[in-house]
Design a protein around this ligand. Structure first.
Ligand code: GCV
Length: 696
């Protein structure tokens, strides 16, 4: 590894190649690969290189397992069967693996039912060596992913731009393909495989129909063949109007035979080029995209038509439920209203892809009521890794805590304990497919994600897609040890900064259930006052905070839009009652008087101001912690993160000042003790024009 690669972040979590301090005595004596037909070449190379780097040696490859070997094999090997129960092997399915210390052989076995599973096992073993103290007793591991489809959604356009992307232009070089193949494709695949991701949607859900032309499919074919060895399947976002736009048909009505035939032929063409193609992702009848409702048909009619075309090849449809109508008076309710009546109608190779919250990837939202409610249809969570509403790639925000809060939210769909994870991963409702998607934060920046710490969000998404019940603090520590340093004290300080960062961001942007206070189009800085002539009301912050002389917040209780009705009991009553509604969701569900008494005895107004201050203070703390890291972190990385934290602090203060000054015009109350005087003037802030160029 070149020094440059180490310090510029381009090696992601493969950067450090250092053992956990307890594992130095674990150096294997040999590597044995039982591999009759060359299927394990990639896995064994990965293991050998990894071990050699970690132990700074050259480990010998041998043909027979002997004391101290690491032994790599598929499960169909007669020797493996002697040591592991066949039932256990069967339960591994396609992707599961076993890492086991075999006493009789005094060796470590890594095995799985196919090459991809063995590769996952190899990455896991290397990760253990770097991140935890292991011994032979702890090496009795069976890992089976909870979700079958663990996928990144790229919002990458064919012109190389990335919608809501903050790490440079797209890594997919459409103008160079199919002849020139960027080395990043393989690196991307390897990184994803190392955290268990097994699929990628290459293009934006606001899909350009041209992705389905033969010219582009040949380019897709090349990317697919680069990613395939790492077990990454390729999927495409499709534009519902493609049969009309590309095929010259009169329209794209899903009930028409010629439209169905067009899709069938297109799917056939795709599978001829890409035999393991995964399927389609569709944004239909949402934010101006075409869809089946244009023809008086339903989401189910549209999704099923595509599902029927894909079915013979094993492909799936991921149909998005991100829909809202400018006329509806509570946007948060619409997906449920549109989709619930269609439960029972979708084919079994359709998954409905639902964002974690009912509005749109806010710093904090309650869970979407769709989770648990759609029982007959598989629902797949859509999380956002790119920080559209969380400070782009300028703010250090570890999203593990956001993901965990969401995945562990109880839907109560089948009584207590029906967490989002359990209602979507197959534990409670059993459907032939299950999946989880993350909107990628990847671009062509050297460090892939714009901010060094944003890599941790890609990492934690993958690890949670494998196991949504995993502990995100442990995952943060894994990432730090593999990426930044092995020094215990330093690791724990950095992990603490990461673990507090999301709550800090909620506090300096949208505390107590506030949401969507960002500028209406760029979604970056605070514009709670924003009014734009001609813009849809539900794009504007004023629609969401509804501040007035009485109080602030969106009344979604039974006296308001009654969005609470979409939740199962006891959530419904808990959210409905201002006295029991968790304070972090208070202004999401209620319009609350400024003098309302909060749990700690403060008035709502005081508490709101104090929360903004808390957010700012937390960023100050992280700045202080980071400044002490100088001697432990590579110079370039240290400096780049330091510069970003300085921006984050400046902007946290900007957020605090903008929001408390603006809301004060309604509350007419002074700032409470403990809140720093604003450094800005409201009228100046209102005139600030956000410059997007700064971020690309
Ligand atoms: C890809 C939000 C974003 C859009 C995005 C949309 C979606 O509205 O701002 O950029 O479009 O969500 O998820 O479809």
């Amino acid at each position: 590894m070149s020094l440059q690669a180490q310090i510029d972040g381009s090696n992601l979590w493969f950067a450090q190649s250092q053992l956990h301090s307890h594992n130095h005595s674990l150096q294997p004596k040999s590597l044995v690969v039982t591999d009759m037909d060359g299927k394990l070449t990639l896995a064994s190379n990965e293991l050998l290189n990894g071990l050699n780097q970690l132990f700074q040696t050259s480990i010998k490859q041998k043909s027979r397992v002997s004391k101290g070997s690491v032994w790599l094999s598929l499960t169909n090997n007669s020797e493996v069967i002697q040591f592991i129960d066949p039932q256990e092997l069967k339960a591994l399915g396609e992707d599961g693996f076993i890492i086991k210390y075999i006493d009789e052989k005094k060796s470590v076995l890594i095995t799985g039912n196919n090459q991809k599973a063995v590769l996952y096992g190899v990455f896991h073993y290397l990760r253990l060596l770097q991140t935890v103290a292991i011994d032979k007793d702890s090496l009795n591991i069976t890992e089976i992913p909870k979700y079958k489809v663990r996928i990144l959604n790229h919002w990458d356009n064919l012109d190389g731009s990335v919608e809501r992307g903050y790490a440079g232009r797209s890594i997919w070089k459409w103008d160079e393909l199919p002849t020139k193949v960027s080395p990043r494709y393989k690196k991307y695949a390897r990184a994803n495989a190392s955290i268990g991701i097994n699929g990628t949607v290459l293009n934006n859900v606001n899909a350009n129909p041209h992705i389905l032309t033969t010219e582009y499919l040949k380019k897709v074919m090349v990317i697919a063949s680069e990613l395939r060895p790492y077990g990454i399947q390729v999927y495409l976002s499709v534009n519902f109007a493609s049969p009309a736009v590309l095929g010259g048909l009169d329209d794209a009505n899903p009930k028409k035979e010629e439209v169905k035939d067009w899709w069938k032929n297109k799917v056939k063409e795709i599978y001829e080029l890409i035999p393991d193609f995964g399927g389609f992702l569709v944004k239909a009848n949402s934010e101006g995209q075409p869809g089946p409702m244009d023809y008086g048909c339903t989401h189910a009619d549209g999704a099923n038509m595509l599902a029927d075309a894909l079915k013979p090849y094993g492909g799936i449809v991921m149909w998005r439920a991100f829909v809202y109508n400018p006329k509806g008076w509570d946007r948060a309710k619409q997906a449920y209203e549109e989709f619930l009546p269609l439960d029972e109608q979708f084919r079994d190779n359709v998954m409905i892809q639902v964002k974690n919250g009912p509005v749109d990837f806010q710093p904090r939202e309650p869970l979407s009521p769709m989770f648990g409610a759609m029982k007959e249809t598989q629902v797949m969570p859509e999380l956002q890794i790119t920080q559209e509403y969380l400070g782009f790639s300028d703010h250090l925000v570890y999203l593990g805590t956001l993901y965990q809060e969401f995945l562990q939210s109880d839907t109560y769909a089948k009584g207590k304990g029906s967490t989002v994870a359990k209602v979507t991963d197959g534990s409670i409702y059993n459907h032939p497919v299950s999946g989880i998607a993350g909107v990628a934060n990847i671009g062509e920046d050297n460090n892939w994600c714009g901010h060094h710490f944003a890599q941790a969000n890609w990492y934690v998404f993958g690890r949670l897609a494998w196991n949504p019940d995993a502990d995100v603090k442990t995952i943060a520590e894994e990432w730090v040890r593999q990426t930044l340093t092995q020094k215990d004290k330093v690791v724990s300080s950095i992990v603490e900064v990461m673990m507090n960062s999301r709550e800090a961001t909620v506090n300096y942007m949208t505390p107590l259930g506030l949401h969507h206070l960002m500028g209406w189009d760029h979604h970056y800085g605070p514009e709670p006052w924003c009014v734009v002539e001609g813009a849809r009301p539900d794009w504007l912050p004023t629609y969401y905070h509804k501040a007035d002389s009485i109080g602030i917040g969106f009344d979604r209780s039974s006296t308001g839009s009654n969005a609470v009705k979409q939740y199962f009991e006891p959530l419904r009553s808990e959210f409905d009652n201002i006295a029991t509604c968790p304070e972090e969701y208070l202004l999401w569900f209620h319009h609350v008087p400024w003098n309302h008494k909060m749990e700690n005895g403060q008035t709502l107004w005081n508490q709101l101001c104090l929360k903004y201050q808390e957010g700012v203070d937390e960023v100050k703390k992280s700045q202080e912690v980071w400044s002490k890291m100088k001697t432990y972190i590579d110079e370039q990385q240290f400096k780049e993160v330091q510069e970003k934290i300085a921006i984050q602090l400046k902007e946290a203060i900007w957020w605090k000042d903008a929001c408390i000054l603006y809301f004060q015009t309604f509350s007419k109350q002074p700032f409470p003790e403990g809140v720093e005087e604003p450094v800005h003037k409201l009228e100046e802030l209102k005139k600030l024009k956000f410059d997007l160029k700064h971020h690309n």
